[in-house]
Design a protein around this ligand. Structure first.
Ligand code: ARG
Length: 459
């Protein structure tokens, strides 16, 4: 039999495979609440503008609430023959309230309907992502506050560079996540326009009130061009792009956790609840959750690329290609939220191994830059010469298998006669970090200032 929603000109129903490729109900049922909210706003507006009678509007409103509760309680039969969430809801509404259901679709198309539903869904996910990011920021902030002066090695090229503080490292992630949060906030502000009332593509001849529906759905204003509104998926792409960058940040910390929890580093210990064992190697405590977070960027950025490819080259306005938008965004959103939650759990529960970090902080000639800086300050050497003198001293220590503070004063003086015993003051790790008082630097006082600023911002 032909389709009850659009089958007027059709004599035959679709091939089973046509139905399989065409249907989106298997996934777009996740937008049921948004679809019903959009329909309620539309019906109220149709009544307010006199396009729909008050009694029809009342029947529609009550019927939609019934449909919503059926869906929420799992008592709704989703039908593939009815293609998508929009037609499933409307068909059920018709079973419940009869003829007035057929008036709901006045001055509306599935094109503006799906654009509206999906915007509402993505907007919720932007809000959820921002809340998840803030929770993770609080976790890093608590770690930073506890360990503002715990020393650890800072790395470049994963080679020991200069000593830093644990708090400084934690606050770096608070900054990264702060940018992620503001990216979502920017994208949300840009996307918060209502496509509803754009109809199929050209607008409608009915005297609708788009301001009214925009307002009742929490949008700032209606979209300004109906062709653009039904063909735009920028908001989904921006969500995916913000999610990708955030997931990339999570992946970087995940990688650090993998490194830090290794037997070679032992900078952090994950409690049992965030570790997994091996079925053959009894000693293992594997950082599986961190590894999976590290991997999530693969599918999230994959979704971003996939939707970009779907959208490129589509002529205006709506094309069915665009139905492929949802699974990508749903999957990315589920995985971003899971990654944020897992990372928040791990950051809250991880324990820094202060002795291991302190020992590593002093190894690898980490205070060589401090020595060079001292030669500049105390002896007035040009930095390039100081660099050279220090390099010679590092070579000497390396040849003897010791660290810089283990060299005798006479040895140092054999490289540069002006060196005095004062030099040993800057070779200690604690002094090194305490000296880096420049704004944003690793000195504990600077880290505490960063913590205070963010505590203020996060409230
Ligand atoms: N299920 C469709 C989607 O997700 C809804 C819009 C269908 N519009 C149409 N003209 N066939 O994009």
């Amino acid at each position: 039999t032909s389709n009850q929603m659009w089958g007027g000109r059709f004599a035959a129903g679709p091939d089973a495979i046509m139905e399989a490729i065409n249907a989106s109900i298997g996934f777009d049922q996740r937008m049921a609440a948004q679809d019903i909210a959009g329909s309620r706003a539309h019906a109220e507006m149709l009544a307010a503008t006199g396009i729909l009678s008050d009694s029809d509007a009342t029947a529609i409103r009550e019927g939609l609430l019934t449909v919503l509760s059926e869906i929420e309680t799992g008592n709704f039969h989703f039908s593939t023959a009815l293609e998508d969430i929009h037609m499933n809801v409307e068909a059920r509404l018709k079973e419940i309230i009869g003829e007035p259901a057929g008036r709901l679709h006045t001055a509306r198309s599935r094109n503006d309907q799906v654009a509206t539903d999906f915007r509402l869904w993505v907007r919720d996910q932007m809000d959820a992502a921002m809340a998840g990011i803030e929770a993770l920021q609080r976790g890093f902030l608590a770690q930073a506050e506890a360990g503002a002066d715990w020393v650890m090695p800072g790395f470049t090229h994963l080679q020991t560079a200069q000593p830093v503080t644990w708090g400084h490292h934690m606050m770096a992630y608070v900054e990264m996540l702060g940018r992620d949060h503001s990216r979502f906030a920017d994208a949300r502000a840009r996307m918060n326009e209502s496509p509803l009332g754009s109809a199929a593509l050209a607008g409608t001849g009915f005297p609708i009130d788009r301001e009214m529906t925009a307002h009742s759905l929490g949008f700032d204003r209606p979209t300004a061009n109906s062709l653009d509104a039904v063909s735009d998926r920028d908001f989904a792409l921006e969500y995916l792009s913000c999610a990708s960058i955030c997931a990339m940040h999570l992946s970087r910390f995940a990688e650090e956790l993998v490194i830090w929890s290794s037997a070679q580093f032992r900078f952090v210990r994950m409690p049992d609840k965030w570790s997994t064992g091996s079925s053959i190697m009894p000693q293992k405590r594997n950082p599986d959750a961190a590894e999976l977070i590290r991997a999530k960027i693969g599918r999230i950025f994959g979704a971003n690329v996939a939707l970009m490819m779907v959208m490129k080259g589509l002529p205006l306005a709506y094309s069915k290609d665009m139905q492929e938008d949802k699974e990508q965004v749903f999957d990315a959103a589920d995985n971003l939220m899971l990654a944020l939650a897992a990372m928040t759990g791990m950051v809250g529960d991880m324990t820094a191994n202060r002795p291991a970090m302190a020992a590593a902080a002093g190894a690898g000639f980490s205070t060589a830059t401090d020595l060079a800086d001292w030669l500049v300050r105390a002896l007035g050497l040009p930095f390039r010469e100081a660099h050279h003198v220090t390099g010679t001293l590092v070579g000497m220590a390396e040849a003897r298998g010791c660290d810089l503070p283990d060299l005798a004063l006479e040895d140092m003086q054999s490289v540069h006669a002006g060196i005095t015993a004062d030099v040993f003051g800057v070779l200690g790790v604690e002094n090194s970090v305490a000296s880096r008082m420049s704004y944003g630097g690793t000195a504990p006082a600077q880290v505490r200032a960063q913590v205070a600023r963010w505590k203020d911002r996060l409230g």
